[in-house]
Ligand binder design. Structure first.
Ligand code: CP3
Length: 338
């Protein structure tokens, strides 16, 4: 029995399950040690033994109810043939970018066959994870991945991506279709390797206006979700389109859990999406800097979500300098809250 999976399927659970986005990372000295052993970040992602070790660290240290596969959303564009590097203090960069149909034709359609290091990490992790803890697999959403592939790196304005969106929408749709194809088979392979749930991160959903997001973003998330649900009805699908609180009434589709970011008032998400979808979220991560603020925020969330399908999480990822002692206390507090 996995309490996390039960909550995804809206079953009664003895307590609210909890895990944190980016729960494996630099706020843990144990992570930094393994990362040093691996050399650079990508070598860590490609080393199943070490990647599995850092996947398990937060379960052991924080006692969260789910582990999330340690990898990165950008391994898919990497294995579609793009030239990816991670640089200290600068984040990810692609040396080549997608600007034309010719660039698009260069991209491979079989990334899922080249990601064996991820499936090996999953198999190894599932072997060493307690039976009642879930292992979550993931991918980036097509729109979020497309922005990195077009911009070549993180962006403040997404101007290159949006220029294509408004001046050559066919090209953007062709790119999104190709990414979506790769992601469907990637998630399927992760499930075959042993993950108990999958999550799609659309981190840059908020870069688009409503009509553009529904056409170029959300539609593709739904395609991936229904592909998985039709083949694997027992595997929960979590969608996390970050920053779209202004039009939650447009949200529908075949999936189980909606990830709520911290900028979306949880009572609004509850009114519009509950109980059709289990809600996952949404503590503002910076509350973890201060114990009192953290517990006050957690109490508000738990009181609001009483008797409502809910998985506790942060509203976005852990930051590298958050105090681990508080994160440990937070999990304990949630498990004991009645
Ligand atoms: O613990 C987990 O949540 C699992 C592992 C995970 C990572 N990245 C590890 C990572 C997951 C699920 C991701 C997803 C991811 N990666 C997203 C979507 C989620 C989100 O935060 O919105 C995005 C946009 C990326 C792309 C990415 N990867 C960026 C922008 C960066 C640099 C940011 C930074 O903090 O330096 C990364 C690198 C990265 N991915 C790190 C980790 C632990 C830091 C790398 C390091 O050790 O130096």
């Amino acid at each position: 029995m996995m309490i996390f999976v039960d909550a995804c399927f809206k079953k009664q659970t003895p307590y609210t399950p909890v895990w944190f986005m980016r729960q494996a990372g630099r706020y843990l000295s144990e992570y930094k040690e393994v990362r040093k052993l691996a050399g650079d970040f990508l070598s860590l992602c490609k080393n199943p033994k070490l990647a599995s070790e850092v996947t398990l660290q937060p379960v052991e240290i924080l006692n969260v109810d789910a582990a999330i596969l340690f990898s990165d959303i950008l391994v898919v564009p990497l294995e579609m043939g793009m030239d990816l590097g991670f640089f200290a203090g600068e984040g990810p960069k692609f040396a080549d970018t997608i600007e034309s149909q010719k660039d698009l034709n260069r991209l491979r359609n079989d990334a899922h066959l080249r990601l064996n290091y991820v499936y090996d990490t999953i198999a190894l992790t599932r072997q060493n994870l307690a039976e009642d803890k879930a292992l979550i697999g993931f991918c980036g959403a097509p729109w979020t991945l497309a922005t990195y592939m077009i911009e070549g790196q993180g962006s403040k304005t997404y101007a290159k991506s949006k220029k294509i969106l408004y001046s050559n929408p066919k090209l953007l749709h062709a790119l999104l279709d190709k990414i979506t194809h790769n992601l469907k088979y990637y998630l399927e392979s992760q499930i075959e390797a042993g993950v108990n749930a999958v999550m799609v991160f659309d981190s840059w959903a908020s870069a688009l206006e409503k009509s553009a997001y529904l056409e170029f973003g959300w539609q593709y998330c739904k395609q991936i979700a229904s592909f998985i649900k039709q083949k694997y009805p027992h595997i929960p699908v979590i969608l996390f389109p970050k920053g779209i609180s202004g039009y939650l009434e447009e949200i529908d589709g075949e999936f189980d859990v909606f990830g709520v970011d911290w900028s979306t008032p949880l009572e609004i998400a509850k009114a519009k999406l509950s109980p059709k979808y289990t809600l996952q979220g949404n503590l503002e991560p910076c509350r973890i800097y201060n114990e009192e603020s953290m517990l006050e925020g957690a109490r508000q969330i738990l009181d609001l979500m009483k008797n409502t399908p809910h998985i506790f999480n942060l509203g976005h990822g852990m930051l590298p300098d958050l105090p681990r002692e508080n994160a440990i206390k937070l999990v304990e507090f949630i498990h004991n809250y009645r």
